[in-house]
Design a protein around this ligand. Structure first.
Ligand SMILES: Cc1ncc(C[n+]2csc(CCOP(=O)(O)OP(=O)(O)O)c2C)c(N)n1
Ligand code: SF4
Length: 351
């Protein structure tokens, strides 16, 4: 925890993105989380990702629920929009925001307790709707903010600081999301920024629901021997199934993907995600094989990371509901309200 204010100036030679902004322009408030909390490493990866994607701060909507994890949006891009909603209800608030203005980039940051315990119903439905958002679960297996009770992602046999080991089956967000039809699914680790940044960039560029489950150890309540979400356990059982690079839509670097085992996947904005298969048997474009691979990895005790599944064909919520392209928030009142005569005509059609 640090109370030292961040300096406002940046070095004149700091790298600038396409908008002329530096990484410093994408920072937020000083974190009040415990020193060493995995969530702060994810914040650092988020700052790098949105800086490199040159997202205009006022075009970003940061959404969250309740928990230590849900404080993350306060710590990056302070000049953007943010909404800290009720516990587990971030998906519906984001759905409303996206329905009103589909031009913003939405990044939702949630916890395993926020998403998989109290918010499980909302988590399921936002996936079914294929809402165009990047949804990050900062997964530590406990309720950090309320002092370390097991969450729904705690593994069987995992221990807390005190008391008996957990005996309830965990909910794996990744397998759940595959079953529910999510169109971009990845898993990362807060201790591996190199892998995390391209996964975040890919999730933001993806049109539709992008889930990023990030193992993010809670150093205060869940970083001991016996925890399966500790730094030591994650490092030991960590398995990269795929390595991903994010290639922005610029012609001169397109050649970067033409390598032996690399496989480029084009996103809707023209950018590309380039996979290098670490495990040759893995096919991230097949829902069935991704699901069975993940189930066998769970049995083997592996923590599989990388881009695990992608479907670029499915339309997002607006495509599926046939809503107007222009954001509702920008439609003039006369178009939003067609008037009594038009309404009467519509009603007559039902008689
Ligand atoms: C309706 C409601 N029930 C319970 C709580 C208490 N509460 C606050 S945060 C939290 C759990 C957060 O855990 P998680 O989402 O895993 O985030 P972490 O703190 O571990 O990052 C709970 C149960 C609440 N704020 N509101
Ligand atoms: S209690 Fe755990 S999750 Fe919360 S800030 Fe501290 S280390 Fe992070």
């Amino acid at each position: 925890m640090s109370y030292i204010a961040k300096p406002k100036v940046s070095h004149p030679k700091s790298p600038r993105n396409e908008l002329g902004l530096t990484e410093r322009d994408y920072e937020g408030a000083v974190s009040t989380l415990c020193a060493g909390c995995g969530h702060d490493s994810i914040t650092a990866a988020l700052i790098q990702a949105v800086f490199e994607l040159s997202i205009e701060p006022h075009m970003l909507g940061k959404m969250s629920g309740i928990g230590c994890s849900s404080k993350t949006p306060a710590y990056f891009v302070s000049q953007s929009h943010g909404f800290n909603s009720v516990h587990g209800r971030m998906p519906s608030v984001t759905t409303g925001a996206n329905a009103a203005n589909n031009e913003l980039t939405y990044i939702g940051v949630s916890g395993d307790g926020d998403s998989l315990s109290i918010g499980m119903g909302q988590f399921a439905h936002v996936i079914r709707r294929n809402l165009n958002m990047c949804y990050i679960i900062e997964n530590n297996g406990v309720y950090g903010l309320t002092k370390g009770q097991y969450s729904a992602s705690a593994d069987v046999g995992s221990t807390a600081k005190k008391g008996p080991a957990n005996r309830q089956m965990p909910i794996d967000p990744v397998s759940t999301a595959i079953g529910l039809g999510a169109t971009y699914i990845a898993r990362g680790f807060s201790g591996d920024k190199k892998q995390l940044v391209p996964l975040i960039k890919g999730a933001i560029a993806h049109k539709g629901f992008a889930l990023l489950d990030v193992i993010s150890p809670c150093v205060t309540f869940n970083d001991h021997q016996g925890s399966t979400k500790s730094y030591a356990h994650t490092r030991e059982f960590y398995h990269h199934v795929i390595e991903a690079d994010f290639v922005p839509p610029a012609k001169e670097i397109v050649a970067a993907y033409e390598e032996g085992a690399a496989m480029p996947v084009e996103m809707h904005d023209g950018s590309k995600i380039v996979f290098r298969k670490v495990d040759k048997a893995y096919d991230p474009t097949s829902r069935e094989s991704a699901f069975s691979y993940l189930r066998s990895s769970v049995r083997a005790g592996e923590i599989v990371t990388g881009l695990l599944y992608i479907d670029q064909e499915a339309g997002d919520m607006h495509d599926l509901s046939g809503s107007v392209k222009r954001p509702l928030a920008k439609l003039p009142y006369t178009e939003l309200n067609p008037g009594k005569a038009t309404l009467a005509k519509v009603m007559n059609g039902y008689r």
